[in-house]
Design a protein around this ligand. Structure first.
Ligand code: C5P
Length: 213
């Protein structure tokens, strides 16, 4: 015994999984990894070099060349909607996913800063990356509510947004994430599924903590 505690927090965009995962990590003193940033970084590398994220060969090369240790995760371009879209496109390619497996497992097995655990935020942590995670959560919410949250978040960052377009793009990304052949977005059989449509961040956090304890 004695390996790090691993908490998997999976779910679709704007479900509340990122908020929950960060809060769990802060409360428990564990390391936190937003695995979406890895896919976003690969998508952004393609966009920045004028290549098409739908080009599987280019996407695979970018993922293979990606150095997770030296990447700049504070680049605001990583959070842009266009980058999220590119991330969703590259994330469907099996060799892109394969290139990013090891860095995620390493983080979980050796949480940085000698932390006793890791909270892993993603889509396939409980199913593929860390099937033996100590705790698994699958956070979901109705798509209309998730789109509302995303609109609010984007407006909060000063972006002009068209709500109907945000909803449409979210539907498309969900569809791609749920239906891809490799590591589709789905709850692990042993995950606690939490629907946050009518649950605020505090209530979601309290529920997750009670399940952990
Ligand atoms: O969570 P985030 O919106 O940053 O993720 C961007 C995209 O990256 C997702 O829509 C999904 O396609 C992909 N992704 C993934 N597996 C992960 C994390 C993200 O496929 N573990």
């Amino acid at each position: 015994m004695g390996g790090p505690v691993i908490i998997a927090v999976d779910g679709p965009a704007a479900s509340g999984k990122g908020t929950l995962a960060r809060r769990l990590a802060a409360e428990l003193g564990y390391a936190y990894l937003d695995t979406g940033l890895l896919y976003r970084a690969v998508g952004l590398a393609l966009l920045n070099s004028g290549r098409d994220p739908a080009d599987e060969t280019a996407a695979t090369a970018a993922a293979t060349a990606f150095d997770a240790a030296s990447a700049d995760y504070s680049d605001p371009a990583l959070r842009a909607e266009e980058t999220g879209k590119a991330a969703g496109t590259v994330a469907a390619f099996p060799l892109v996913r394969a290139a990013l497996v090891e860095v995620q497992r390493q983080f979980a097995a050796n949480p940085p800063g000698d932390k006793l655990g890791a909270v892993m935020d993603g889509r396939d942590i409980g199913t593929v990356i860390c099937p033996d995670a100590t705790h698994k959560f699958f956070i979901e919410a109705e798509i209309e509510e998730r789109a509302r949250r995303r609109v609010k978040e984007l407006q909060g960052r000063g972006n002009a947004v068209i709500p109907a377009q945000v909803l449409q793009e979210m539907k498309e990304r969900d569809e791609r994430d749920r239906n891809r052949a490799v590591a589709p977005l789905a709850p692990a059989a042993d995950a606690s599924v939490v629907n946050t449509t009518n649950l605020n961040a505090d209530a979601t956090f309290a529920l997750a903590m009670s399940l952990i304890r």
